[in-house]
Structures are given as structure tokens and as C-alpha cells.
Design a protein around this ligand. Structure first.
Ligand code: HEC
Length: 155
């Protein structure tokens, strides 16, 4: 299953001060401090290249909001990650008779019906347990990993 990471680069502010970079020549400074965009505010004079006097000038550059969607193919989430996010609330304390994580006797008994049946039961939900154990976007594989984690972890 693919996960999506939304990286939102909201704004970057660059303040270039010539005095902090005396050792660089003007070309280098221009290259390093060249703005990716300028913000012109209504009613204010429009920024132009001529405004960039390199002697101790201070320039504030605000990059446009950029939304980058990165598709990761790290595969399924691990059992401990799913458990710690979605199942722990009930299965750590045995809420409403939820089989406790780490209670290997209870899980061994449950697993007698077979992992597939247990996964199907978790998908459907059972009594107090909502469908997918609240992990709406969990795949069967991820639920299985969480079940395996709960049945084998040290309490
Ligand atoms: C809101 C509480 C709650 C959450 C969150 C929850 N469970 Fe449960 N779970 C229960 C309860 C209560 C039971 C016992 C249901 C019964 O037998 O009455 C249960 C039972 C189960 C069973 C046994 C089902 C069966 O057929 O006997 C499995 C498997 C299971 N949970 C997996 C999960 C997984 C995996 C997660 C996390 C993705 C999860 N649960 C999250 C409350 C929860």
C-alpha cells in the first residue's frame, strides 16, 4: 500500500546581508541570494532588480506556497505501528473484553479459528470494536500484522 506524504513548504525567508558575506564576490552573492520570487504589496513601489544594491542590502524573499506530493512505496505499515496508533486504546487495557495485547493465551485461543477469519472479524468489527478496529485505511495485511503483534508482544 502506498502512503502519501504531504510536504508543505509554506514559506522561506531569506535575509541576505552583505556584511555577513564579505568574503564572497558580488557574483557569488547575487547567485546565492537571487530570489525565487518577489512579493509586491499593493500600494507599495514594485520591487525591481535595481532595488538590489549589494552593499549591505537586506532582502526578504518569500517563496510561493508549494505543495509537493511525494509518493512513497515503503509498503505496508508494520504491526507495531498500526497497533500503537489504532488498536492500543482498547487492546492495551482490555476495554469491553477486548483481548489484551500480550495475552498470548487469549490470542492463541482466538487464532484457532485461523488468521483469515480473525482478520475478517476485525474488518467487520465486533460488538464494541468498530470496523477495521478504527483503522479505516488499513489493508487486511496491516490488520494481520497488528494482530500478530498483539498476540506475540511482551505485555
Ligand atoms: C474501540 C476499541 C477497540 C479498538 C480501537 C480495537 N479493538 Fe479489537 N476488539 C475490541 C473489543 C471490545 C473486542 C472483543 C469483541 C468481542 O468479542 O466482543 C475486540 C476484538 C478483536 C479481535 C478478535 C475478534 C474476534 O473475532 O474475536 C481482533 C482480531 C481485533 N480486535 C483486532 C483489532 C485490531 C487489529 C485493532 C486495531 C487496528 C483493533 N482490534 C482495535 C475493541 C477494539
Amino acid at each position: 500500500m502506498k502512503g502519501f506524504i504531504r510536504i508543505i513548504l509554506i514559506a522561506s525567508v531569506t535575509i541576505a546581508s552583505f556584511s555577513q558575506a564579505k568574503h564572497m564576490d558580488e557574483d557569488t552573492i547575487d547567485k546565492r541570494t537571487s530570489p525565487v520570487g518577489k512579493v509586491n504589496i499593493e500600494g507599495m513601489p514594485v520591487a525591481t532588480e535595481a532595488d538590489n544594491n549589494s552593499m549591505g542590502h537586506e532582502e526578504t524573499v518569500i517563496a510561493a506556497e508549494e505543495v509537493v506530493e511525494v509518493t512513497t512505496s515503503t509498503g505496508a505499515r508494520a504491526g507495531d505501528a498500526v497497533y500503537n496508533t489504532y488498536c492500543i486504546a482498547c487492546h492495551s487495557i482490555g476495554l469491553a473484553n477486548a483481548p489484551k495485547a500480550g495475552d498470548s493465551a487469549a490470542w492463541t485461543k482466538l487464532l484457532e479459528v485461523g488468521m483469515d477469519t480473525l482478520v475478517a472479524s476485525a474488518v467487520k468489527g465486533k460488538n464494541v470494536m468498530p470496523p477495521n478496529g478504527t483503522c479505516a485505511d488499513c489493508s487486511d495485511e496491516e490488520l494481520e500484522s497488528a494482530i500478530t503483534f498483539m498476540s506475540t508482544m511482551n505485555p
